[in-house]
Design a protein around this ligand. Structure first.
Ligand SMILES: [Zn+2]
Length: 440
């Protein structure tokens, strides 16, 4: 396949979903790629190969923009399957936090993030939005794998092996941001963990840095009923109202989860034009509650989908999340119209790009955007017959149908193989060694 990794080539497929503003689903077109950008999208019938370019003919395939996982903790892959039968608070206090306290290190985060990046890339994900300790280790792993990463500068009001206090988290985060500034595939956000783990004073400082540096704020919000009760006990208001009064909310705010929303919360979300990232599989697995998808769609500036970490989902591939999102929306009280397959695909492409404020570069197949692309092979027996290729992937298919993945016009994954010199077996063996040190 090396001949399609050159700097100027074309891909011919039966279907191309552009995720552009017209939501065009093109049939029998060629995407021309030059260097790292999409040069043009042309009907096959109009194309004359004057420059004798390599054209990869994918036949019965669907090409979409590379998928974007709008919320994850990639390094938590080391805890995948450790406590599949616990609710969030027990899960955090008995399984997650004790093992993090015991094992957390730069090496662990690097090894676990690398495996997560390989999983995401082979699932058709070309960008992920991350929040975890040792963000520099995750950024380095992403760079080695060749996936695009938007990495949070994490803040939490307790000491960890990564940092001691707010100032230390901030200093380390800003140094990480500076160190990776020249790295094209790495961007950053400010990532306060959650209202129950970050003080008013720290939130105010984070708002100041967000304004000064033009960075988004990425934060867990209203994940559990307990979080709301705790906030009313501690602060006399619900978490969203508290952050609203601190001036923290706005179009640059990425609120993850929003499972529990009152009518006043919905007004706050609308007023501040907040972005919501929903993680339905994680919410249901931890019994945090049923996310009200339709309510979110009506309230938020943008809704996109995240897997959350592997410890609460066990898959970073987004397809289970996307299907569950569609099913939950249908079953919400008062819903009269179901989200169609194009709108669903937008949740994991262009909407997620807008959430990350990266829509000028990624999220759709359009001239001069980055050539981040996924090709799904739709000839599989399980997918027949095909009336709507997007619907086929959402409801009948998934990551097993991912055939090729490009990032910046470079082929990164093809027919079950990673193209870069990545030793997958070593990556798997390293995580097995970490597993041996886990306390259960
Ligand atoms: Zn999370």
């Amino acid at each position: 396949m090396s001949d399609i990794s050159n700097s100027h080539f074309g891909i011919h497929a039966k279907w191309i979903y552009t995720a552009n503003s017209k939501q065009e689903l093109l049939e029998d077109h060629i995407i021309l790629i030059k260097n790292d950008l999409i040069e043009e999208i042309v009907p096959f019938s109009d194309f004359s190969n004057n420059e004798d370019l390599n054209i990869l003919n994918l036949g019965e395939s669907l090409i979409t923009p590379g998928l974007i996982n709008a919320h994850t903790h990639s390094a938590m892959t080391f805890l995948k399957g450790i406590s599949d039968d616990q609710r969030l608070n027990d899960w955090l206090e008995k399984s997650i936090w004790p093992n993090e306290e015991k094992l957390l290190s730069n090496d662990l985060v690097y090894d676990a993030s690398q495996l997560a990046c390989l999983e995401m890339l082979s699932s058709g994900i070309t960008t992920f939005n991350d929040m975890y300790f040792f963000p520099d280790a995750t950024a380095k792993a992403a760079t080695v794998v060749g996936i695009r990463a938007n990495i949070g500068l994490v803040f939490i009001e307790f000491k960890s092996s990564y940092a001691n206090d707010f100032t230390d988290y901030l200093d380390k985060g800003l140094k990480f941001r500076d160190d990776f500034r020249g790295e094209e595939n790495v961007t950053t956000t400010l990532a306060p963990h959650a209202p129950y783990t970050v003080s008013d004073d720290s939130f105010l400082k984070i708002r100041t840095y967000a304004d000064q540096l033009g960075m988004n704020i990425h934060c867990h919000m209203h994940e559990t009923e307990w979080e709301i009760i705790n906030s009313i006990e501690q602060h006399n208001v619900r978490p969203l109202a508290r952050l609203d009064s601190l001036g923290l909310l706005g179009p640059d705010f990425i609120a993850v989860h929003c499972v529990h929303l009152s009518s006043s919360d919905i007004e706050i979300i609308k007023k501040n034009q907040i972005n919501i990232v929903t993680c339905p599989v994680s919410n249901l697995k931890l019994a945090s509650g049923m996310p009200k998808i339709n309510t979110m769609l009506n309230a938020a500036q943008n809704v996109s989908i995240g897997s959350d970490g592997s410890a609460s989902n066990n898959k970073l591939g987004l397809f289970d999340d996307l299907k569950l999102f569609a099913l939950l929306q249908r079953n919400e009280a008062g819903v009269t119209e179901f989200t169609n397959s194009k709108n669903l695909f937008d949740m994991v492409t262009i909407n997620a790009a807008k959430t990350l404020n990266m829509q000028d570069q990624i999220g759709s197949i359009e001239k001069n955007k980055k050539a981040d692309l996924v090709a799904f092979n739709l000839s599989d027996i399980h997918l027949q017959p095909i009336y709507d290729p997007l619907s086929t992937i959402i409801y009948s298919g998934g990551r097993d149908n991912v055939e090729h993945v490009w990032v910046n016009g470079d082929l990164k994954f093809s027919e079950t193989e990673f193209i870069n010199d990545i030793d997958v077996e070593t990556s798997i063996n390293k995580i097995k060694l970490w597993k041996n040190k886990i306390s259960t």
